[in-house]
Design a protein around this ligand. Structure first.
Ligand code: AMP
Ligand code: ZN
Length: 478
């Protein structure tokens, strides 16, 4: 439930490396820019971690009472997209469009709320050219003989303020070999790349060419959010050089502060190792779904670890995520079979109040979802006890559902019905369900818990939710 005056969160700002109380540039409003995908392949589950983090950030800011505008760019021109399009014998747009579509489809599958804008780099070349012209005019950029333009790092005395990069770490003034030999300084980065044979190009005051990667984000973020805006985010690998360069070129062009707060999500790793093609542990969402992992469980798994910690993808972590969701589902299931009787439960009212307070405090504490989830499970426990003791009174069922739906505006994962319609309809017949349940009962009475768990897994695979009571096992199609 939103309050009239937003609750100001604290964020760990990479710029300054400290926990800061957040103050929006314009009261009650927040502009958020997030570096989007480079569309030369399907996103992997690491990329998706960054995008789910950003989704939760946006939802959390809305929950805390802010009006949010979120912009996420699509990098549809860079070295990789050009290389792959060429290898496939396709034009750039023709090559990238299916990956833009699959990226958006993945976001939908994970219930990521759509951003307000998804600007594509190739549709904003004019804005990039204008910014480069501004930089040349102000002495922050220079044209070299082949028609490329570079940013002059020596002209920005604050360079390195985000990443801590020391200017003298690279040899200042050293000339580079290769095709960039005309740079004044080895550290300078390209803003505009002169045309190369066979590459897509655009006309510019410096001849045909294409933009460098960093300028894309500066031009698109400022177009949609203004020269100064509130929050810029991405994964930790974006800090240097991408975000450092975005700050350098944006602030040098406008003379104004660029983004105020910088938030960076740590990486997802797999079984403790970096995700990489050579290790064969780089998965896409479709691959996980093929392995039988539901997107709902994956979303919960993403939420289970705070964004500034590495997230380790293991079979155990996925099973824990599934187990946690099961606890919430079972509580809801019990709720559906409970009668309200008599006066409302004071314990329940107190628990709902506590959940609201702790959930809000957790979000405001640098998006501490572990705190928020702990508050949720504290609440689930109280509800279970009240159901067991038949203490739910008039209006209590509504109260429970209401507070769950409030916190779920941020989690986006608690309501099984919201995910149901997208999963395959269950093909298992009622008598087969009954048969598997009776086999499971048998296994449990023989204390063969591994078999009992396996049978539960089979049933869950068919979307069947089980609820064990002292007398029997109830079930429903989830
Ligand atoms: P890219 O498509 O490579 O530009 O990356 C899109 C987003 O995914 C960026 O914000 C990256 O920082 C982020 N990212 C890349 N690899 C990982 C990973 N292993 N874990 C989490 N985020 C990642
Ligand atoms: Zn970017």
């Amino acid at each position: 439930m939103n309050v009239e005056t937003p609750t100001a969160p604290k964020f760990y700002n990479t710029l300054g490396r400290s926990l800061e109380s957040f103050t929006p540039l314009s009261a009650g409003k927040v502009g958020i820019y997030t570096c989007g995908p480079t569309v030369y392949g399907d996103p992997h589950i690491g990329n998706l971690r960054a995008f789910v983090f950003e989704d939760v950030l946006v939802r959390a800011m809305r929950y805390l009472g802010y009006a949010v505008t979120q912009v996420m760019n699509i990098t549809d021109v860079d070295d990789k997209t050009i290389r792959e399009a060429k290898a496939a014998g396709l034009g750039l747009d023709e090559y990238t469009q299916p990956y833009i579509d699959s990226f958006l489809a993945d976001l939908d599958t994970l219930h990521v709320a759509r951003a307000d804008e998804y600007p594509r780099a190739t549709r904003h070349i004019a804005e990039m050219i204008a910014m480069i012209e501004q930089l040349i005019e102000r002495g922050h950029a220079y044209l070299v003989d082949d028609g490329s333009v570079y940013f002059r790092i020596a002209s920005d005395e604050d360079y390195g303020r985000l990443s801590g990069f020391q200017l003298d770490e690279a040899q200042q003034g050293e000339r580079v070999a290769s095709d960039e030999y005309e740079k004044e300084d080895v550290r300078d980065f390209v803003l505009w790349k002169a045309a190369k044979p066979g590459e897509p190009t655009w006309d510019s005051p410096w001849g045909a060419g294409r933009p460098g990667w960093h300028i894309e984000c500066s031009a698109m973020s400022m177009k949609y959010l203004g020269e100064s805006f509130d929050i810029h985010c991405g994964g930790v690998d974006n800090i240097f050089p991408h975000h450092e360069n975005e700050i350098a070129q944006s602030e040098s062009a406008t003379g104004k502060p660029f983004a105020h707060t910088w938030l960076h999500a740590e990486h997802l790793i797999v079984d403790g190792e970096k995700m990489s093609k050579s290790l064969g542990n780089q998965y896409t969402l479709s691959e996980l779904i093929e392995q039988g992992i539901s997107p709902r469980i994956l979303r919960y798994f993403y939420l289970s670890v705070n964004y500034r910690q590495k997230l380790n993808y293991t079979a155990y972590a996925v099973e824990s995520a599934a187990g946690a969701l099961r606890r919430v589902d079972q509580m809801r299931f019990r709720l559906d079979h409970t009668q309200e009787e008599g006066a409302p439960s004071p314990k329940l009212a107190a628990a709902a109040k506590q959940l609201r307070a702790e959930f809000r405090a957790g979000l405001a504490d640098d998006l501490n979802l572990s705190e928020c989830l702990a508050a949720l499970f504290g609440f689930v426990k109280v509800v279970n006890v009240e159901i067991e003791h038949l203490r739910l009174g008039e209006g209590d069922l509504w109260k429970v559902r209401q507070v769950l739906s409030e916190v779920d505006t941020v989690f986006g994962v608690l309501d099984p019905e919201a995910w149901e319609q997208e999963t395959e309809p269950s093909s298992i017949a009622d008598d087969e369900v009954e048969e598997l349940i009776s086999q499971r009962r048998e296994a449990r009475s023989n204390r063969d818990f591994a078999e009992a768990d396996r049978l539960r897994g089979v049933l869950e695979g068919h979307g069947i939710v089980l609820e064990d009571t002292a007398q029997a096992t109830r079930w429903k199609r989830g």
